[in-house]
Design a protein around this ligand. Sequence first.
Ligand SMILES: Nc1nc2c(ncn2[C@@H]2O[C@H](COP(=O)(O)OP(=O)(O)OP(=O)(O)O)[C@@H](O)[C@H]2O)c(=O)[nH]1
Length: 595
Amino acid sequence: MQKNIRNFSIIAHIDHGKSTLADRIIQECGAVSNRELSAQMMDTMDIEQERGITIKAQSVRLNYEKDGQKYILNLIDTPGHVDFSYEVSRSLASSEGALLIVDSTQGVEAQTIANVYIALENDLELLPVVNKIDLPSADPDRVLEETEEAIGLDCTEHNLISAKTGLGVKELIDSIVQRVPAPNGDENAPTKALIYDSWFDNYLGALALVRVYDGSIKKGQVLKMMNTKVEHPVLDLMYPHPIKREKTKEIKTGEIGIVVLGLKTLDGIAVGDTMTDAKNPTQKPIGGFEPAKPFVFAGLYPIETDKFEDLREALVKLQLNDSSISFEPESSAALGSGFRTGFLGMLHMEVIKERLEREFGLDLIATAPTVVYEVEKKDGERIEIQNPSELPEPNYIETIYEPYVKATILVPDEFLGNVIKLLNEKRGIQIKMDYLGKRVLLEYDIPMNEIVMDFYDKLKSTTKGYASFDYEPIGFRPGELKKLDIRVAGDIVDALSIIVPEDKAVSRGREFIKALKELIPRQLFEVAVQASIGTTIIARETVKSMGKNVTAKCYGGDITRKRKLLEKQKAGKKRMKAIGKVNVPQEAFMAVLKI
Ligand SMILES: Nc1nc2c(ncn2[C@@H]2O[C@H](COP(=O)(O)OP(=O)(O)OP(=O)(O)O)[C@@H](O)[C@H]2O)c(=O)[nH]1
């Protein structure tokens, strides 16, 4: 019965307590015994637990009884980080309501606002929930007032809770039952279901987590993915649960469930696609499908050149789990053979690199991340550039387009000057500036390239950690851009090339090679480090030679000490990549992030 189903998500700024609340609701509904209750059940991946962040959306089906009526509560946890905003939007599209969690010691933050926009686009009923009221510094009145002001949401009806102690959580569940609308799909229409998450299970193969809008999904039914056109019979159906999934023969209208298709890869099971009956398809798919698109690219190279095939195998395996990664072989004169790999954002890139090293035992060099540029050539052709070294010669280029984002920033007014200065340095364009009590809400359009560098760190350090930040891609705009090359000992190191705004080329080139000079260890000879645009050298530094022999200062006397020094020198080399005659450490490839 649809009238007794409630589908809801939890949205919040990072660390405001989503996962803690999800655990508490699960416990309150008796879905796990106390023995099974381990902290942060909803965050299941190792790296998620270690970093305390939610990467993949998790869902759970719960039973709840109120006034003698039995309800099914489907809780949809959403990823908390900006890199995964597309998953947030699909999770929200699967719900009728959302709990808007605000930390009573912090107040509304950038991500709260960004997520509310997505929720409102999806017409969700928003329930304001003020969390962490057990803390002495909690100020729920101020936080509620701020929520009304920043979001324009009527907060007369709200819940005050402590997800940690459980205070107010039962009342919150009652509010969910009362206020979140029941789904109202057409039970007799052809099957129509939204895939809002998909992943790979070693035993079961590809799994799709779906929300059924119309009709139902039955075991044995042949389903068709409307966008990718993949058709496949349903092998099994399950209800999602963090510990034990329950099998079912049918996922009915308005419900969520896991579809087992027995496919060996995730190909064709795309988040955002619509599933329907292959023989009796629905007329229109659920709107707004866009394939997850990598925004940030970097080269990944094995330090030992014979590990190239191992790296390929590892990437293939990871892609089974995470279809948003893309990779293509590339070769660099400096680094040898590797892969140009695409990620959803910087955090995603770090997580994948860490998993490759940890789970597959690979030692990798990663080049500096870059965004995707679009180049319109003089002959009219438009090409995509994922690697700065591929930029065509200037005389072939008509216009270079770069991706922009809409950045939302909340900052205490005492730091406003610092933040505006930083945004100007990063070529930001102010769209909006509003006061919220003693804090300021800023909206800026800003080139994405400026924020994949160390924008977030700089923002944090210039505001003593008080600013919060979120962003959303808004498309490409033309830019006055140039390729900056780095030469080490006279040779261009392709893996160090970057694309820079023309009017900042000289200053950034200078800073870049200054940083490189510090990172490239002294060699047996003097090494020139230069920045150039085309054939023009715009800056130069010299790494002084260390003299002929590290053992020279031992005067030939102490032979053990001499051997130790030579061994140390040898070990030091291993973590380096030899470029021509010069050994360059991993840090040098990330030096660009510091400028
Ligand atoms: N004192 C107190 N601490 C809380 C409460 N709720 C959550 N916390 C703590 O706040 C921190 C963040 O909570 P999480 O549940 O991990 O936050 P989250 O929003 O899920 O974070 P992401 O998954 O990374 O987006 C943890 O250390 C929790 O223990 C609360 O009601 N009271």
